[in-house]
Design a protein around this ligand. Structure first.
Ligand code: ANZ
Length: 848
């Protein structure tokens, strides 16, 4: 064994051994082949070029779990892959002239090497990359089935469009009304696009969340509930007066969706969405037409984000027309308002300024009447003087036969009354919209459809899949997608009649690629469909998923949706649960001081902030084990972590200490058998070391597996290391305790610093690799500490008693003393001058 811990020497050796012995294959897990199956998943990275410390953190957390679970005898599935389609590759092509495919594959190769150097226990035989035709052909197959069933459909809709990039942008790609890439003003445009009917699953996706309670972070569950946004209320019909002549007789009314039917008698105007089909019809040929049209055009040019933002200045215009309140019979003026969205509810709002703040703002701005119809408990509102709407519940007033009813009861009664007259009914709405999946982009999965003059959009025959993304395209960065200009790709025969048609040139949103990748891992070579049903039955659901919080409402909803749809389509067996991820753990961000001039703030690590630290700089200097221990020790998994060089050095020093302390003992301990008897038969200090080893086993196991507290788990290893370093065996029994402590230390450390641990294990004469050995189990007898009762004095007077372990350190004794109410009152406001502590005998705090 070398004197110094030299990572560069030992890490490649162990990585080669692990790989040659195929220790990480899911089916052959470390020779413990018939244990319980456990699918452990970390979010796959986008191959941007380099692994950064955020990845290292995510993947190191996963690797600790994977290794412990394997050692506990489970068969662990721990795969890795690449979310390989997306805009950055295409932008790199436009800028640097490299083909997106080349750029992506070489990034993948580099990042794979980086990950392998970190010693992660992935089953690389299952690697998938979403840009490979072997992967996306099944995505196209699923799409065809979805199209057949009407789950995928085409619809004209208002979308964010960048005129300079000539593409639709996702809402997230619009920054303050401008294109995130070229900074042009984004326009709203009506375009035919492809959608997935995710709204069909709104209720089901919402309900599924309750089963995840306590297993997913509360914050994510709350965000998903809010995103799906179930609202219970009613539809109410307001007939037009007099019926506008050119409006379809069946539609001579304004229908609204409201969550507050109890306020119906407080309606003083009506607000239509600018895009509402009635809006322009009502003013056609009137003197107001021009004014209303100008308003509508102006509002429609805003992007959706601006229109839904709270800071949007509320504006409206009058159409000059009226409808009738179905309860009071009053004539209600019809306005058009900028904040009303056409795609929510019915695209029309019954405005109740007394009880809705947005309506109140409009009423005050345009001098429209405000009417109080709900009086809160113990208060009497006055419409003339109120400065904001009362949005709470209360007692109905000025509401005719409903007067005196509490809001909740009133809601039901109003709806029942309207229903009996055919003018309203109960209704439920969801905020969730259907998923717009088409992109006018090259580097994505082609949508497998051909347009025929006679047959319209026709799905290609499944036998002809994949529709391969051609590589010989030109990247200009302007105009339409490069695919649209690729003659040979565009020209295609109609799958129905064989006549010359035109191929769809839109590609799929890359969030589709990541909605099912975890299923493909299970049978990456399977030809019969996206996933082998046998493999799905055996391995699903994912028992633990680890990733970032930024995916709360995107990826994590889409993947839940795809799992449901694949079951519906018969592509996943019914035994697979609807919820693909049994547990989900957020990891915090890795942050660092921004190095841009004049900034100096702490940001998430990213290229744009110039504060990206690559693991290579650490692995080259200190090795993979140091990088892993540093990132795991720096803070609990779910908290943000600020980068520091001192932390890296500290982690390295700790590993060197382990090397030295275990290394010094190797000769002496080689022949010894580890002690396995009862703690109580041991004398001091062997007993103390033995107990410490068991406490560390207990703490590492609980902290790492149950709490994701890798930092305190590592502390427990440090404590054991310190105690071992202080110990000197006096006899053979002592030597066997020392041997036990050394073995335990390297075993407990192995999920965190696997290379160093295996090297030490070998030096101690151990056989095989640690991951092939069982994870230690703490002996309850050795954990039991003798708790003693002790008096606490303040300035020499007994003020309370504490119960602490016999050998507790002064810090712990003091801490316990401060928990005692009486002691606390005697310490309050005083300064501690001196502490006299004799373990097991006396604790005296001297204060002034
Ligand atoms: C009358 C009313 C009175 C309302 C009142 C609220 C308070 P959630 O809970 O988000 O579903 N609304 C309906 N459709 C809309 C649209 N397309 N654009 C903007 N706002 C719309 O919100 C439902 C409420 O939002 C509905 O209830 C409606 O205003 C408004 F004292 O109707 B309410």
């Amino acid at each position: 064994m070398q004197d110094r811990f030299d990572a560069a020497h030992i890490e490649p050796k162990w990585q080669a051994r692990w790989s040659a012995d195929r220790l990480f294959l899911a089916e052959t897990t470390a020779g413990q082949g018939d244990g319980e199956r456990f699918y452990l998943l970390e979010m796959l990275p986008y191959p941007s070029g380099r692994i950064h410390m955020g990845h290292v953190r995510n993947y190191s957390i996963g690797d600790v779990l994977a290794r412990i679970l394997r050692m506990q005898g489970k068969r662990v599935m721990h795969p890795m892959g690449w979310d390989a389609f997306g805009l950055p590759a295409e932008n790199a092509a436009i800028k640097g002239g490299v083909h997106p495919a080349k750029w992506t594959w070489s990034n993948i190769a580099h990042m794979r090497t980086q990950m392998q150097r970190l010693g992660y226990s992935y089953d690389w035989s299952r690697e998938v990359a979403s840009c490979s035709p072997d992967y996306y052909r099944f995505e196209q197959l699923v799409f065809l089935k979805m199209y057949e069933r009407g789950i995928a459909y085409r619809k004209r809709s208002s979308v964010n469009f960048c005129p300079s990039c000539a593409t639709v942008l996702a809402n997230e790609q619009v920054v303050s009304g401008r294109c995130w890439r070229c900074n042009s003003v984004v326009e709203a445009k009506d375009l035919e696009q492809w959608f997935l009917r995710i709204t069909d699953h709104a209720q089901n996706l919402l309900q599924g969340l309750s089963a995840l309670e306590g297993k997913w972070p509360d914050s994510i569950l709350a965000m998903q509930r809010n995103w799906i946004g179930r609202s219970e209320g009613a539809r109410i019909r307001f007939p037009l007066i007099p019926p506008a002549a050119d409006v379809d007789p069946d539609k001579r009314e304004v229908e609204v969706f409201t969550t507050r039917p109890d306020t119906v008698c407080g309606v003083t105007f009506m607000s239509l969405a600018p895009e509402h089909p009635l809006t322009l019809r009502l003013v056609r040929g009137t003197e107001r037409e021009e004014h209303v049209r100008a308003f509508v055009d102006r509002v429609r040019s805003l992007d959706r984000l601006a229109r839904t933002s709270d800071s949007l200045e509320k504006e409206a215009v009058f159409t000059g027309t009226y409808c009738k309140n179905p309860v009071t019979g009053e004539a209600i003026p019809i306005w058009v308002a900028n904040f009303v969205l056409v795609e929510y509810g019915t695209g029309a709002v019954m405005a109740v300024p007394g009880h809705d703040q947005r309506d109140f703002d409009l009423a005050r701005r345009y001098g429209l009447p405000v009417r109080v119809v709900i009086q809160p408990d113990g208060e009497t509102l006055d419409a003339q003087t109120m400065t904001e709407a009362w949005e709470g519940v209360g007692t109905m007033v000025r509401s005719g036969l409903f007067d005196g009813l509490p809001s909740d009861e009133g809601k039901k009664r109003v709806v029942a009354h309207l229903a009996s007259e055919g003018l309203g009914k109960e209704d439920v709405h969801f905020r969730l919209r259907d998923w717009l999946i088409s992109r006018q982009r090259y580097w994505g999965c082609p949508i497998p459809v051909v347009y025929c003059d006679d047959h319209g959009p026709v799905g290609v025959s499944p036998d002809s899949l994949p529709v391969v993304l051609p590589e010989d395209v030109a990247f200009t960065g302007t105009g339409a997608s490069p695919l649209a200009k690729h003659e040979a790709f565009v020209r295609a025969a109609c799958p129905t009649c064989g006549k010359q048609g035109r191929r769809e040139t839109d590609t799929m949103d890359t969030f589709i690629d990541s909605s099912w990748y975890f299923l493909r891992y299970l049978s990456p070579k399977y030809e019969g469909g996206p996933v082998d049903p046998e493999a799905a039955r055996a391995w699903m659901p994912v028992r633990q998923y680890i990733g970032g919080a930024e995916h709360a409402t995107g990826h994590l909803i889409y993947a839940r949706y795809w799992t449901r749809v694949l079951k519906e389509l018969g592509m996943l067996p019914p035994e697979v649960p609807d919820e693909p991820f049994e547990r989900y753990q957020n990891q915090g961000m890795v942050t660092m001081m921004c190095t841009r001039e004049g900034c100096g703030r702490v940001h998430a690590m990213s290229k744009s902030h110039g504060n990206l630290v690559e693991p290579d700089s650490i692995t080259e200097k200190f090795g993979a084990d140091t990088a892993r221990v540093f990132i795991l020790f720096a803070s609990p998994a779910d908290k943000d972590l600020e980068w520091s060089d001192a932390g890296v050095e500290g982690a390295h020093r700790f590993l060197q200490r382990v090397w030295r302390i275990v290394g010094d003992r190797v000769e002496r301990l080689r022949g010894a058998m580890p002690f396995t008897g009862k703690a109580s038969v041991l004398g001091e200090p062997a007993q103390a070391l033995y107990r410490r080893a068991h406490r560390s086993i207990d703490q590492v196991t609980r902290d790492a597996l149950d709490r994701f507290q890798m930092n305190t788990a590592i502390s427990a290893c440090m404590e054991l290391c310190n105690d071992l370093g202080r110990f000197e065996a006096a006899d053979d029994v002592g030597r066997s305790v020392e041997r036990f402590a050394a073995e335990t230390l390297v075993t407990l450390l192995s999920p965190f610093a696997p290379h160093l641990s295996d090297e030490m294990w070998e030096a101690l004469g151990g056989l095989g690799c640690l991951i092939q050995r069982p994870w230690p189990v703490a002996d309850p007898e050795a954990l039991r500490e003798d708790v003693i009762e002790m008096a606490v004095q303040v300035n020499g007077k007994v003020r309370g008693t504490i119960r602490i372990p016999a050998g507790a350190a002064q810090e712990l004794a003091l801490q316990a003393a401060r928990q005692d109410a009486n002691v606390r009152t005697h310490l309050e406001g005083k300064t501690v001058k001196k502490v006299i502590y004799v373990p097991g005998k006396i604790l005296n705090v001297v204060v002034v």
